[in-house]
Design a protein around this ligand. Structure first.
Ligand SMILES: NC(=O)c1ccc[n+]([C@@H]2O[C@H](COP(=O)([O-])OP(=O)(O)OC[C@H]3O[C@@H](n4cnc5c(N)ncnc54)[C@H](OP(=O)(O)O)[C@@H]3O)[C@@H](O)[C@H]2O)c1
Length: 361
């Protein structure tokens, strides 16, 4: 049994200030589980959770001391203590965790393949984040696929829904789809799916330093650096903005003007450059909200329809993405701190997938 729980915390007011909090392992109440967080992925998406922590309630999943936040991540954990009759010590679960050594959850709605954290502070938060998959007896679970699952699966769901949203809207009459932060995992997933459409030109915008990586993947027809936006063809286009960089977005809007048929805001990888897009030409950017489109498709396709199509797309994607990314495992407090700082500062090579663990060995 662990002696203490270690939490990596960031200052909500200044994401560069970090600290560790230690607390005693509590005595479990009925139906609670003590989970030892084995490993988790860290990508720019987690930084976006922190940037939007207040506005989108991401800080509310794992409360801590006033003024501090615990950044949510996707990972695997093992049950090391159980006060629930249907959940055994030794079970492994996949889901949403803080960057910590352990997490206590209140097991609820326990089914063969899943359970939820029914803790009061999570009850009003979106259900998808409260669910934990019980993978120990799941015949489809492959331990060798865990790293790709943590790194890509939550992001690829967004890629999949975005691809379907564009298809459902006949790409707003455009053949060109422009993706910013083309090197990001969410963009790679979307580019992979869009590339399968013969009538669609997939154009990636990325930093000059990431251009070679993106070009070599083959899922974009054209790859340009942000400095080359002025060379974009003025043909009917849609932009899917993963960077959230006001200057980049305004440059694309102003260059394409009426040729830009739809502007979709998804991410904010360039989180320190979000301002500067006021008064630009072209259509008003629309914030993408995946649950709205999932709801539509649940109605169109019926129960299990989205899941079946997603599984099919995920299988195709995982057959190629392993060649694009090298997994880097980082263990211990120092490694977690350093990798978080690099991710925050955009000093991470896009061909590396970081899998972290607070434990030292
Ligand atoms: N709304 C939704 O439902 C939803 C769902 C999933 C993801 N997203 C968003 O999509 C974005 C991509 O997430 P991801 O996890 O796929 O990213 P990722 O793979 O970690 O992306 C890494 C890339 O992002 C850019 N980048 C990262 N940090 C940066 C920094 N500090 N300064 C400048 N550029 C930086 C660089 O790309 P370039 O050089 O190519 O710009 C870098 O190669 C995130 O903002 C995420 O929140 C939104």
């Amino acid at each position: 049994m662990p002696e203490t729980i270690e939490d990596f915390c960031v200052s909500r007011a200044d994401l560069r200030q970090t600290s560790w909090l230690e607390s005693e392992v509590p005595v479990l109440e009925p139906d609670q589980l003590l989970l030892e967080i084995d490993c988790f992925a860290l990508t720019a998406n987690n930084i976006t959770y922190a940037v939007a922590g207040e506005r989108m309630s991401y800080w509310n999943f794992f409360p801590t001391e006033a003024g501090l936040g615990r950044v949510p991540v996707w990972g695997f954990a093992n049950v090391v203590e159980s006060a629930h009759s249907e959940v055994a010590v030794g079970e492994r679960v996949y889901g949403y965790f803080p960057m910590s050594s352990h997490l206590v959850i209140l097991a609820g709605r326990v089914k063969d393949r899943s359970l939820i954290d029914a803790s009061g502070h999570r009850s009003k938060l979106p259900g998808v984040y409260n669910q934990y998959l019980r993978v120990t007896d799941d015949p489809t679970h492959e331990p060798s696929g865990e790293a790709m699952q943590m790194l890509f699966r939550p992001l690829f769901m967004t890629s999949f829904i975005l691809d379907d949203f564009l298809t459902d809207n006949e790409r707003f009459g455009a053949d060109n789809v422009i993706l910013t932060s083309a090197s990001s995992k969410t963009s790679l997933g979307l580019a992979f799916l869009l590339h399968a459409n013969l009538d669609c030109q997939v154009i990636g915008l990325t930093s000059q330093s990431n251009r070679n990586f993106v070009e070599a993947l083959g899922c974009y027809h054209t790859v340009l650096s942000y400095e080359q936006i002025g060379t974009l063809a003025r043909s009917p286009s849609v932009i899917v903005d993963m960077a959230g960089n006001g200057g980049v977005l305004a440059a694309v809007h102003d260059h394409l003007d009426e040729a830009l048929r739809y502007s979709c805001l998804v991410g904010a990888t360039h989180w320190e450059a979000r301002h500067g897009s006021q008064g630009m030409a072209g259509p008003k950017p629309e914030l993408f909200f995946a649950p709205t489109h999932i709801q539509k498709r649940n109605e169109d396709w019926g129960p299990g329809g989205v899941e079946a199509r997603f599984s099919d797309a995920w299988e195709r994607f995982t057959s190629v993405v392993g060649d694009w990314i090298t997994i880097r495992n980082v263990m211990g407090r120092n490694g977690v701190e350093k990798t978080y700082a690099q991710m925050l500062n955009g000093q991470v090579s896009p061909d590396i997938g970081y899998i972290l663990s607070v434990r030292e060995t």
